[in-house]
Every structure is written in structure tokens, then in C-alpha cells.
Design a protein. Structure first.
Length: 436
């Protein structure tokens, strides 16, 4: 006797008996929702059980009521409530706690307003509040917009107050600088005026007399020549030209020789004694040598000025080139920079602070040696030449006018040089302020 064939696996019970007809098949059992299971809803009549999707919520009043916990089934928990919210805190219809009902509040007496109020969170945004803002005509910003605007006004007022304080502080600094620089000078001039008038000496005229003679000699010209007289154009401008030419030549030679010496420690050691010997010789002591070599005239004056000012520039430049960080040079070599690129991109910027220190000394020295060169025979114009003429004619106010003019020129040139130095070495001054 043969055994009956095994039942076929299928979805419906009649799949195991293919000979039966659908009319004779027993009724299919109605799927029921297990208690506490949030994902299975009873099907509607004439509708597929999966028509609403996997997570479709059940209609109100249909199917068994889900458990209050809504969590997973836990061993030893026959009610199926499990942990509240399960692993991800899911409640009915896959919603998280605090997200509101799955139907968006439809069918509730309050219309879901409580959930909407909770949805506002920390900012307290509710529909009623939004409507109030729309009614008041202030819907252009968030609820805290008034506070934000008030905070912005306070910030703007603080910035304005800071700018006013900065202007007052700057005015105070300018006043302190003016007072420290000019107040002492005014006091000294007043004392000088009182002393000379009390003494009554012809060799020391009062400052008022010197200022009157300076205006008459140098600054009483027409406006189209910047109030410079003919005497100022014929004497002051040539002196400034000689000084500028000698300073430019001496500075260029000093920077070039200083860089060459600073880059080679062996050459610097060999020539250090010679340089110190030549630097110690006073330039006026070599006037005879310059007269023999160059003769009288402009060439001798320029050579004399260049020789006098080259030493501070040369020695400061050499010292600055020797003080470059070896790490910077090694970095430039690692980046395969040529020798010229290392000189102009690494050595020269590092040596600029000391170069400018030497140039500042050379500037004041160039004015002195220019006047001295113009005192020598063979000169026909210049401030030094006017001093010689005034002393020879016993015109002491004119002589003092020339001396005071030299002081004014020195002060103005020094201030102009400091202005250029602050612009060129702004990075260096900023670094020093950070270090302090």
C-alpha cells in the first residue's frame, strides 16, 4: 500500500488538494492581529490586506485595540507590552514618542493643537502665536525677533561707542605726542629769547630776529615757487641735490658690499680689521686726499659724502646678513631656490631692519658732511657756501638763519625717513608687538 503524497507547500490550505474546487474548499481563517503587535492591521472588506502598506494604521474602531506599551514582546511578558517604545522608542503606527498621533490629530477634540504646540519645542512656536503675529503685522521674523532687534541695536550702540572712544583715544595720543615733542621746544625757545634779550650780545641774536631773517632770506618768494626766494632756489636746492646723490651712492655701495661680506663668513673675518681701521678715520682728515684725487668741484664733494656715509650702511648690512636664521636658508635650498633668489627673498628681507638703521645714521651724517664739503674752496653755492659768506661779512643773523635751517631740514628729513621705514617694515614692527 503506497503512502499518500505529501502536502504541497502553498499560501492557501487548498493548495495541498489540487482536486478540490474553490466551492468545496473550507473557508479561510481570518487573520487576527496579535496583541501588542503594531504592524498588522485587519483588512477591509473587498480590499487586499496589504493595500494600506506595511505600516498603514488601522481605521478607528476596526480591529483589536493595540497595547498601550507599543513595544516589542519580551520573554516572560505575556501581555505583549514589553519595553515602552521598544528599541527606537516607537509607539503606535511606528511613531516616536512626542511626534503626535499617526493621523496628524484628525478626529481628536482639540484638532491636534496640543501636539502642534509641543512641536514648537524650545522656541515656543504655536499656531496661535503665529496667528497673533500675523494679526499684529509682525510676521516678518521669529517670535524672538524683537529681542534680536533689540540686541542688534545694543551691539550697534556698543560699536558706535567703541569708535567714539577710539577717536578720543587717538586724539589723546596725538595730543600727548604733540605736547611731548613741541612743548619742550616752545619752552626752550622762550628761555632762549629771554636770555638773549637780557644779555644783549651781538653774537647771539634772539630767536625772533633769526626767524625774521630766515623768512626774508628763504621763504618770502611768490606762491608759484612754494614761497621760496631766489636765494633759496640757488642754494638750498643744490645742497639737497648733493646730499641725495651722495646718500644714494653710499647706500647702494654699502648694501651691496655688506651683503657680500655677510654671506661669506671667511671673507668677513679677513676684512674685518681693515674695515674697522677705515671706519675710525675721520672723513675731514682725508679732505686733502680727495682734493688731490678728484680736484675741486662736484666730483670731490660726492666722493667725500659717499666715503663718509658708507660705513654705517655697510657694517649694519653685513651684520643683518650674518644674523639670518640658518633654518630659513636651508628651507630655501630645499625648495631649490637659486643663490640670487635666496639673497633677494630670504637674506635681504631679514637684513632690512638693520639696513634701515644704518640708513638712518647715514641720512643725518650726509647732511653734515654735505655742509662741510660746501665750506671748502671751489664751491659757489649751497647752504655751507652761504654760511661762509655770512660769517665773512659779519652777518651773524644770516649765519644763525642758515644754522637753524639746517636743523629744520634735518628734522623734516628724519620724519620723512621714519614714515617710509614704518611702511616698509610694517611686518617687522607688528612681529615685535606680538613678541612683547
Amino acid at each position: 500500500m503506497t503512502a499518500p503524497p505529501p502536502p504541497a507547500r502553498g499560501r492557501f490550505p487548498d493548495a495541498a488538494h489540487p482536486t478540490r474546487t474553490p466551492d468545496s474548499a473550507p473557508p479561510l481563517p481570518t487573520p487576527t492581529q496579535p496583541p501588542g503587535h503594531p504592524h498588522i492591521a485587519p483588512p477591509d472588506e473587498g480590499r487586499s490586506p496589504n493595500a494600506g502598506g506595511r505600516h498603514a494604521p488601522a481605521r478607528p474602531g476596526e480591529g483589536p485595540e493595540p497595547a498601550s506599551g507599543g513595544g516589542r514582546r519580551v520573554a516572560g511578558d505575556p501581555t505583549g507590552e514589553g519595553r515602552p517604545g521598544g528599541r527606537h522608542g516607537r509607539t503606535q503606527a511606528g511613531q516616536r514618542e512626542g511626534d503626535g498621533p499617526p493621523d496628524g490629530g484628525r478626529g481628536r477634540p482639540d484638532g491636534g493643537q496640543a501636539d502642534v504646540a509641543r512641536a514648537g519645542g524650545r522656541h515656543g512656536r504655536t499656531q496661535a502665536g503665529a496667528g497673533q503675529r500675523e494679526t499684529d503685522g509682525t510676521a516678518s521674523g521669529p517670535p524672538g525677533g524683537g529681542r534680536n532687534r533689540a540686541g542688534g541695536d545694543l551691539i550697534g550702540q556698543g560699536r558706535s561707542e567703541g569708535r567714539r572712544r577710539g577717536r578720543r583715544g587717538m586724539a589723546g595720543r596725538v595730543w600727548r605726542v604733540v605736547a611731548s615733542r613741541w612743548l619742550l621746544l616752545v619752552v626752550l625757545v622762550a628761555v632762549w629769547e629771554w636770555a638773549t634779550r637780557t644779555a644783549g650780545s651781538a653774537f647771539f641774536p634772539p630767536p625772533s630776529t633769526i626767524a625774521t631773517r630766515m623768512h626774508a632770506m628763504w621763504f618770502s618768494g611768490p606762491p608759484d615757487r612754494l614761497f621760496l626766494t631766489e636765494l633759496a632756489v640757488e642754494n638750498v636746492l643744490p645742497s639737497l641735490g648733493r646730499m641725495a646723490g651722495g646718500l644714494a651712492g653710499g647706500a647702494a655701495a654699502g648694501v651691496a658690499l655688506g651683503l657680500a661680506l655677510g654671506l661669506s663668513a671667511r671673507v668677513y673675518d679677513y676684512l674685518d680689521g681693515v674695515l674697522q681701521f677705515l671706519r675710525a678715520i675721520p672723513p675731514p682728515a682725508l679732505v686733502t686726499v680727495f682734493l688731490v684725487v678728484f680736484g675741486f668741484g662736484l666730483k670731490m664733494q660726492l666722493a667725500f659724502i659717499m666715503f663718509s656715509i658708507v660705513w654705517p650702511v655697510l657694517l649694519n648690512t653685513a651684520d643683518g646678513a650674518r644674523s639670518v636664521e640658518p633654518l630659513h636658508l636651508d628651507t630655501g635650498q630645499a625648495f631649490r631656490l637659486s643663490r640670487a633668489e635666496r639673497v633677494f627673498r630670504i637674506v635681504l628681507p631679514s637684513a632690512l631692519p638693520k639696513i634701515f638703521a644704518g640708513l638712518r645714521l647715514a641720512l643725518s651724517l650726509s647732511l653734515i658732511v654735505t655742509v662741510f664739503a660746501e665750506l671748502l674752496p671751489g664751491t659757489t653755492n649751497g647752504i655751507g657756501f652761504q654760511l661762509t659768506v655770512a660769517y665773512s661779512s659779519f652777518n651773524l643773523p644770516a649765519m644763525w638763519a642758515g644754522i637753524v635751517l639746517l636743523g629744520v631740514l634735518g628734522y623734516l628729513l628724519n620724519e620723512l625717513f621714519l614714515l617710509v621705514e614704518r611702511r616698509v617694515l610694517a611686518w617687522h614692527h607688528h612681529e615685535r608687538r606680538l613678541e612683547t
